[in-house]
Design a protein around this ligand. Structure first.
Ligand code: COA
Length: 175
């Protein structure tokens, strides 16, 4: 994995060494309004990040790519991630500290990741699953050109009634 740099953000391949700073970021309760829970302890998060340094699922078939997001001030503010399947599909996710919401930073971080996924990992389509009530996440995806997936794809991927599956097919040209 490579570092991805823009004028406003740096995406660094996530390492166990990021755990202490990310524990603070990920302890923000606002992040979990719709799903998931904060990491139970720093030791737990460090162990998780260590495992994720393999960049692979347990069966080795999926690439698990995680980048932490760093501001020019050197502060870490969240992460973006992609689960890349062998057929060129990637499921993405993103989390930003609530102190930095509303500035377009998550949007720019995901936007920075997309050309890297296309060029380095041969990704051809993107998907994201979110809780229907998570309006911020939905707005972000719509701004990035995602649209609601067709019903048959929802059924195939076992999307739950309280969730939305959003997809974007990439045209091989950069944003
Ligand atoms: C989902 C999440 C990353 C969205 O964060 P965000 O800051 O709202 O997202 P964006 O980066 O798209 O920023 C959009 C906001 O910035 C504003 N903005 C300012 N400058 C902007 C720019 N140059 N480009 C885009 N948006 C800009 C937009 O108007 C918008 O403001 P609004 O919310 O008042 O309408 C954040 O809410 C989060 O981390 N949530 C918790 C985790 C989560 O739910 N993850 C997703 C699971 S599916």
């Amino acid at each position: 994995m490579r570092v991805i740099e823009t004028d406003e953000l740096k995406l660094e391949p996530q390492l166990a060494a990021h755990a202490a700073e990310m524990f603070f970021v990920l302890s923000d309760p606002a992040i979990y309004e719709y799903e998931n829970d904060p990491p139970p302890s720093l030791a737990w998060l460090r162990a998780r990040f260590t495992k994720l340094e393999s960049r692979r699922s347990a069966d080795g078939r999926q690439q698990w790519l995680n980048w932490v997001i760093r501001l020019p001030t050197a502060k870490l503010i969240g992460y973006v991630q992609a689960t890349v399947h062998p057929d060129g599909r990637a499921a993405i996710a993103y989390v930003l500290s609530s102190a930095y919401w509303g500035r377009g930073l998550a949007c720019r971080a995901v936007q920075a990741m997309i050309p890297e996924l296309v060029d380095q990992y041969q990704v051809r389509s993107l998907s994201a699953v979110l809780k229907r009530d998570n309006r911020r996440s939905l707005r972000l995806l719509e701004r990035l050109g995602f649209s609601a997936a067709p019903p048959e794809l929802n059924a195939r991927l076992q999307v739950q009634p309280d969730e939305l599956l959003m997809v974007r097919f990439l045209d091989f040209s950069h944003d």
